[in-house]
Design a protein around this ligand. Sequence first.
Ligand SMILES: Cc1cc2nc3c(=O)[nH]c(=O)nc-3n(C[C@H](O)[C@H](O)[C@H](O)COP(=O)(O)O)c2cc1C
Length: 205
Amino acid sequence: MIFYEPGRHKDQGFRHDPFKAFVSPRPIGWISTVDADGRTNLAPYSFFNAMSFLPPVVVFGTGTKPDGSPKDSQRNVEATGEFVCNIVSEALKEQMNETSAHLPHGDDEMAKAGLRGAACQKVRPLRVAAAPVALECRYLETVKLPSWNEPAGNYAIFGEVIGVHVDPAIVEDGLVDVTRYRPVSRLGYFDYATVTEVFQMMRPD
Ligand SMILES: Cc1cc2nc3c(=O)[nH]c(=O)nc-3n(C[C@H](O)[C@H](O)[C@H](O)COP(=O)(O)O)c2cc1C
């Protein structure tokens, strides 16, 4: 086996730290928020996952700007207590990527990417109307993580899912068929994957 300590990958001939290639595929939380003045923000986060089921809790991990100030998603979630996780279908991958551009605070990535927003039921941020699934979330807490690049920092932001929007076109006989929308996931480097086939396994007990 090759062994390396994080940060020392070059000693073993890796051109970039392959960590993100190993913890893959990672779902993408396409986070929509509003700022204190109600202005829409949208950005993808692949340090994203579900952490519990009853109730459903999701988390996304965010870095900061180099000076340690928060990215707009973190700033808005902490200011308003709400966010929406839109799920990225294969059809939306280009728009998802476009919304990762670093625009000035208050500029609307949703509109810039040509996406239409739709009202949520229990939170103020708009969901991406074309997303097959959107999770309305109530902010729970922020956990500060270690940083090797201070003053830049890393934070994990938790939210409880309090409402779920589902495109009926992905539902068959009461079950969701993910191959109908092919969720986009992040691998390492600039690599992505979609889910195109599924299989079942029953648990031993
Ligand atoms: C597929 C993808 C996944 C990303 N995942 C993350 C992530 O997990 N954490 C992070 O801090 N930035 C991530 N980014 C970069 C942010 O999307 C980018 O910094 C964005 O401008 C942040 O926007 P905001 O300031 O509106 O929150 C990702 C970008 C892409 C394209």
